[in-house]
Write a protein that binds this ligand. Structure first.
Ligand code: ARG
Length: 593
């Protein structure tokens, strides 16, 4: 028989069938199936309550009716119980539990099981997207890390993902930068650390051009020249883009991020006017106080605060580019979904963008992709204020320096741990550094991804590098420990031959671990559907906890071959799940630590 990857989805479908068979309006009824508190079962359906309340029916009676009408195929796999005012709890029968574990026994089979949810869909994910001629600082970390995890989650669920780095590579800042560049560029600094030099030149250019000054007028003229396509100005601009991209790619490399496209703002320069013309012709955009704007009368705020698509000086802006970007992604990439990852301060912009695009596409018979603005909070220091350098200049921390520090601090942890190992098993210094790179970067990524992205989070080296708690080192060590059991047993975790002759799961800790393994599918679905990787992180942490209880209570490498085989089976499943899960979060894993 076919065993579904996502058991919660099976229950959901069965509940709807049962509801229809019991005369309930199956369209209005949402079963709301989710992972249950393990004390009550494996899954819980909560939807009966809301439906009964709406329809003024007795929820318990309704729950009983639906439970009785459940298809036999579900009853054969689950024990059901009605709890409280009308929750329905589903507990996998031991045979069904084992069946799932055997069907989805390796990383490859898990992947195959997951890959149907978004099959056939194309998603464009716009993340990181920093502005050029500047170094990335800690604020840029979240978009990159969260965006990459989202790409991997969508890909794992079967979507074709297009990673697009929408660089901020066009705009008024280039007038001042060129002004500064022409006067104070230091050739030697430009070859040594070009992006630092560009930052310095922009700063000088900006300081030298106060409002109302003739210098500002000169900087404006530089911008006009660039926009008109003056050869020398464009050459300079190309240089800025090249060195920026090189510096960004060094960071992406360390974070294991690879973009398919770098279609920055400048890419859309020649695609802006047609968009404005179309919006105006459709009557969506109108002139208001010299600007071209789109009002959304039905919206509580945007009825009065319009979306400005062309400024009073006639120039296009961020909104114009983003409208052209929406069109390009819909038409050129045939996107079914678009994700843009930025901090929450851009929420209004993207809400207006989505509203405007929706109306525009509807009027022109285009299909509107699902649009998701994925927001995140601020990275805070331990003082609760936005994270800054410790030095007195109070600048935001450069991302490069942050990653260096992560590797350095991880090296201390790894070296200390290494010294505890028996002489013959120790890493060389070189190996320690390689492990520290993974642990250090992984800790920074995981610290971010283990938080609900909507919240601010406190950046704490001690917490993220701790070997206990919901941290990367804790999970990475759990994986390494499982691998060491397999090394001792002389088998590979991916090789299922050793499982022949395994006896049935028996001890409470074996069963608890097995039940947790089955929930991977639901955690994955939740994280992917909500585009919130922390749901997966939390699941992995809890799974590692169940594994550690199991490992403390039940000796894996016992002399009884049947017991040993079933326990090794659980180790192999845990390994596949933790390893897959961390990789989905973008964290690189190790077999030895
Ligand atoms: N460059 C922008 C910034 O640094 C982010 C761009 C996000 N993507 C977009 N299509 N607007 O804030």
């Amino acid at each position: 028989m076919h065993v579904s990857f996502n058991l919660a989805a099976d229950i959901d479908a069965a509940m709807k069938t049962a509801a229809a068979a019991s005369g309930i309006d199956a369209v209005a009824f949402l079963p709301e199936v989710r992972t249950a508190d393990p004390r009550h079962g494996d899954f819980q359906a909560n939807g009966v309550l809301a439906y009964a309340k709406r329809e003024k029916q007795n929820p318990r009676a309704l729950a009983e009716k639906i439970t009785t009408a459940l298809p036999d195929e579900i009853k054969a796999r689950f024990d059901t119980a009605i709890a409280g005012p009308g929750f329905i709890n589903f507990t996998l029968k031991p045979a069904a539990l084992l069946e799932w574990l055997n069907t989805y026994g390796t990383a490859e089979k898990l992947a195959a099981g997951a890959a149907s949810a978004f099959a056939g869909q194309t998603w464009v994910v716009d993340y990181s997207s920093p502005n050029t001629a500047k170094q990335m600082h800690v604020g840029h970390l979240r978009s990159a890390v969260i965006g990459e995890a989202i790409c991997r989650l969508l890909e794992y669920s079967g979507a074709k993902v297009i990673r697009d780095n929408h660089l901020g590579d066009w705009g008024t800042q280039f007038g001042k930068l060129i002004y500064g560049f022409k006067r104070w560029a230091d050739k030697e600094a430009l070859t040594r650390d070009p992006i630092v030099e560009l930052e310095r030149l922009y700063k000088l250019g900006n300081e030298a051009t106060p409002d109302g000054s003739s210098a500002l007028e000169e900087a404006r003229q530089e911008l006009v020249k660039l926009q008109r396509g003056d050869y020398d100005s464009l050459e300079l601009w190309k240089l800025f883009s090249e060195v920026s991209r090189k510096a960004f790619e060094e960071i992406y490399e360390r974070l294991a991020i690879r973009f398919d496209h770098y279609l920055g703002e400048s890419f859309y320069n020649d695609k802006l006017q047609p968009v404005l013309d179309e919006l105006q012709k459709l009557g969506l955009a109108e002139e208001s106080q010299g600007a071209l704007v789109v009002f959304h009368p039905e919206h509580p705020r945007f009825a009065k605060q319009p979306f400005i698509v062309r400024k009073t000086d006639g120039a296009a802006n961020y909104a114009t580019t983003d409208l052209a970007t929406m069109l390009y992604r819909a038409e050129h990439f045939h996107a079914d979904g678009i994700v843009i990852v930025t901090d929450f301060r851009q929420s209004d912009h993207f809400e207006q963008l989505a509203l405007t695009t929706q109306k525009w596409f509807e009027k022109t018979g285009r299909r509107m992709p699902k649009f998701n603005h994925v927001t995140f909070g601020t990275v805070l220091g331990e003082d609760g204020k936005p994270l800054k350098t410790r030095s007195s200049d109070g600048k935001a921390i450069k991302l490069k320096e942050l990653l260096d520090e992560a590797e350095e601090r991880a090296l201390a942890v790894v070296t200390a741990k290494n010294a505890e190992r028996p002489e013959g098993e120790r890493f060389t210094d070189e190996e320690c550094r390689a492990v520290a790179r993974y642990v250090g970067i992984g800790s920074v990524q995981y610290a971010d991804l283990s938080q609900n992205r909507s919240s601010d989070y406190v950046f704490s080296w001690d917490k993220m590098l701790a070997l206990e708690g919901n941290t990367a080192p804790y999970l990475l060590y759990a994986i390494a420990r499982i691998c060491s059991i397999f090394r001792k047993a002389g088998v590979e975790p991916g090789d299922t031959a050793f499982e022949a002759g395994a006896s049935a799961l028996e001890t409470p800790t074996e069963l608890a671990l097995a039940r947790k393994l089955v929930k991977f599918a639901d955690a994955l679905r939740l994280a992917t559907d909500t585009l919130r990787p922390h749901f997966l992180a939390l699941y992995l942490y809890e799974l590692a906890g169940e594994y550690s209880s199991f490992n403390n209570a039940d000796k894996v490498l016992t002399d009884d071959p049947a017991v040993r085989a079933r326990r090794l089976m659980l180790c192999a499943r845990t390994y596949a799940t933790l390893d897959t899960g961390l990789r989905l979060l973008g964290v690189r894993t190790l077999k030895r630590m």
